[in-house]
Design a protein around this ligand. Structure first.
Ligand SMILES: [Ca+2]
Length: 439
């Protein structure tokens, strides 16, 4: 917490972490916090990335860059972070969501394998366990654990909830499974688990693991490249593995699932029918714009570049030929079939991207349509504004100092940030007197 306050203090002076002479004390704290905490997307690059974050900050340009950046930055509202639900005891939160039913209770996933539920009241003091599967979740690695949760669109009728987690074994395995509530939605039955998908992991990092139902009612599943560093097995460019890809399946048409007829590899000689897009390194959080259904995905970089992508069906997003828009595996990566990110930022501004949401809430009208995302290490939050077709501009919004494990979107469209140390912060409109303002 002292680290957070210290960085917030610097932030208040509108100085980014990368532009200050960080004290030795802060350096050691940064190193310690980064090493012990979950780094959702990188294990081997951790030390290097941390060092880059500490000593590699020579560039004064702290805003994210776009290949098509317009020199005129759009005017965005000043926003801040307001700590909420602080009386609820939470540990290593990775996801926060609400159910598609009448009540607006919150469901919070802890990395260890526990889901708690609490009322949507800021000063709420009580939570109850919705499910605890810590007996089967492997939480022992930085990037493993209970990673995501998706209520079935018809949860109110079928009481089905899908979870994504890593499970112990030889090797470590990514699971997507279905649970059912047997008590009218009060809790999930730990014994009701029904396996949908199992994917063995060759290494313990880059598990991805986010799952989301699209407006098409299909379940989308994001998986990393299998881990290590640099994608040694070249899973990113291999369409015959689930690793390094975004999958799309129909959990209603068959048990455990069917493949939608219009998935890109259906009927093709090569490629797995479940794959929707590929060439991904470690997609850590992605979401659909609830208004346009555009799929925004953050892919964690290897050594230098973090990226935001707009996912198109059948798109190859470049890893490990490219890291962001830059050649990674070879000096020549001029392949017109690869999809470039719409925005990237270098490790001078962070070390591990966490994707967020397009803001569609009511409280901050001038933030409408802006895609928010952040960096796990630096705590910076940016917003992307679409200026015209295929032209995007990223603007720095907040220097939070938080370890941003995830963003969250309420049913009302308001957005939240999860700090891995156990805090929930709401994105709010603010003014220059607000100590959380850092823009
Ligand atoms: Ca890419």
């Amino acid at each position: 917490m002292r680290l957070v306050h210290e960085v917030l203090m610097y932030g208040h002076k509108e100085i980014s972490m990368c532009n200050i002479a960080i004290s030795h004390r802060l350096k050691s704290r940064l190193l310690r916090v980064s090493v012990v905490a979950l780094l959702p997307n990188r294990l081997l690059g951790l030390m290097i990335a941390t060092l880059v974050a500490i000593i590699g900050c020579s560039d004064n340009n702290v805003s994210a860059t776009s290949k098509q950046a317009n020199p005129k930055s759009p005017i965005l509202p000043t926003i801040g972070l307001e700590r909420v639900f602080e009386n609820i005891d939470i540990e290593s939160p990775l996801w926060l969501t609400q159910a598609p039913v009448a009540d607006d209770d919150w469901y919070l996933l802890e990395k260890s394998g526990r889901i708690i539920r609490f009322k949507n009241e800021n000063k709420v003091t009580k939570s109850r366990v919705f499910l605890d599967i810590s007996d089967r979740v492997d939480n022992s690695t930085n990037e493993g654990g209970l990673l995501s949760m998706a209520f079935h669109p018809n949860y109110g009728d079928n009481q089905h909830v899908y979870l994504s987690y890593t499970r112990s074994g030889s090797p470590l395995t990514s699971y997507v499974t279905r649970f059912k509530s047997l008590d009218g939605g009060g809790s999930l039955s730990a014994n009701s688990e029904h396996v949908v998908l199992k994917v063995p992991q060759p290494y313990t990092n880059h598990n991805g693991g986010h799952i989301v139902f699209g407006a098409d009612s299909y379940l989308y599943i994001g998986l990393g490249d299998g881990g290590s560093g640099g994608d040694p097995k070249r899973h990113g460019q291999n369409v015959n593995t689930f690793l390094g890809a975004l999958l799309r399946i129909d959990v209603d048409k068959a048990d455990p699932y069917a493949v939608p007829d219009d998935n890109p590899f259906v009927g093709k000689a090569q490629g797995l029918a479940e794959i929707y897009a590929w060439g991904l390194r470690n997609p850590w959080r992605w979401s659909f714009d609830r208004e346009t259904q555009v799929l925004w995905l953050a892919d964690v970089g290897q050594n230098n570049w973090e990226e935001v992508n707009i996912i198109k069906k059948g798109g190859n997003y470049g890893w490990n030929i490219r890291e962001g828009t830059h050649c990674y595996r070879s000096r020549d990566c001029d392949d017109k079939t690869l999809q470039n990110p719409i925005v990237e930022y270098s490790h001078k501004q962070g070390c591990s991207i966490t994707g967020g949401f397009v803001y569609r809430g009511k409280a901050i009208p001038t933030l409408q349509g802006v895609y928010l995302y952040g960096d796990y290490c630096s705590g910076t939050v940016w917003g992307i504004v679409k200026q015209r077709e295929d032209q995007f501009q990223a603007v720095k919004l907040i220097e939070s100092g938080l370890n941003i494990a995830s963003f969250s979107e309420g049913k009302d469209g308001e957005l939240y940030v999860l700090h891995l140390a156990g805090e929930i912060h709401k994105i709010v409109k603010t003014n220059k007197n607000n100590p959380t303002l850092v823009r």
